[in-house]
Write a protein that binds this ligand. Structure first.
Ligand SMILES: Cc1cc2nc3c(=O)[nH]c(=O)nc-3n(C[C@H](O)[C@H](O)[C@H](O)COP(=O)(O)O)c2cc1C
Length: 175
């Protein structure tokens, strides 16, 4: 029997390497979003789960983007992004914007209907939530940038079902 909280002989305890860390993080259920941008840096989008609110004063949120993604440099150049929170019938859009169907950016955007918000970033019309942001700060850590945005525009739909991602698969949640 293992003792609480942390027994080195517990078989459930894994050495801290990046594979173990990824496995641990895969067990956290997370909302799925498509982050978009538009402007001089181009019109781009990518699926993200690393996004959360920061403060309500000023209204602000953060997204963590791998610097190798095409959208990363475009967001920094455009100085804006829109977080589009997906519903449970958006699995295909999530896969497409995660690069799983090998489509170029126009091909990705052709999978949905989009309307520009205050900053000009594309909002997915059928998303649960569109949060349009101006870039406030960028902090690099390892392979990623933590990008904080202040909210310029917001759109919400009535209650429905949200798309979650946990243990490398999709789930649906009434929200
Ligand atoms: C459910 C899910 C969540 C993801 N979350 C993130 C994320 O938070 N940050 C990130 O940089 N990439 C994330 N990705 C990977 C990007 O979607 C993917 O690398 C990107 O679209 C491919 O880069 P490209 O647009 O340059 O082809 C996620 C992928 C999936 C399927």
């Amino acid at each position: 029997m293992s003792s609480f909280p942390c027994d080195p002989n517990d078989e459930g305890r894994l050495a801290l390497d990046s594979a173990s860390f990824r496995e641990a993080m895969s067990r956290i259920a997370a909302a799925v979003h498509v982050v978009t941008t538009d402007g001089p840096g181009g019109r781009m989008g990518a699926t993200v789960s690393a996004a959360c609110s920061v403060s309500d004063d000023p209204p602000s949120l953060l997204v963590c983007l791998n610097r190798e993604t095409r959208i990363h440099d475009a967001v920094l150049k455009n100085r804006c992004f829109c977080l589009n929170t997906l519903s449970d019938d958006h699995e295909t859009i999530s896969d497409v914007f995660a690069g799983r169907e090998k489509l170029d950016m126009p091909g990705r955007f052709a999978k949905g209907e989009w309307t520009p918000m205050a900053t000009g970033c594309p909002a997915l019309d059928t998303a649960r939530l569109n949060v349009d942001c101006e870039v406030y700060s960028v902090t690099e850590i390892g392979t990623h940038s933590i990008i904080v945005g202040t909210v310029a525009d917001l759109r919400m739909t009535s209650p429905g079902k949200s798309l979650l991602y946990v243990r490398r698969g999709y789930k649906s949640l009434d929200t």
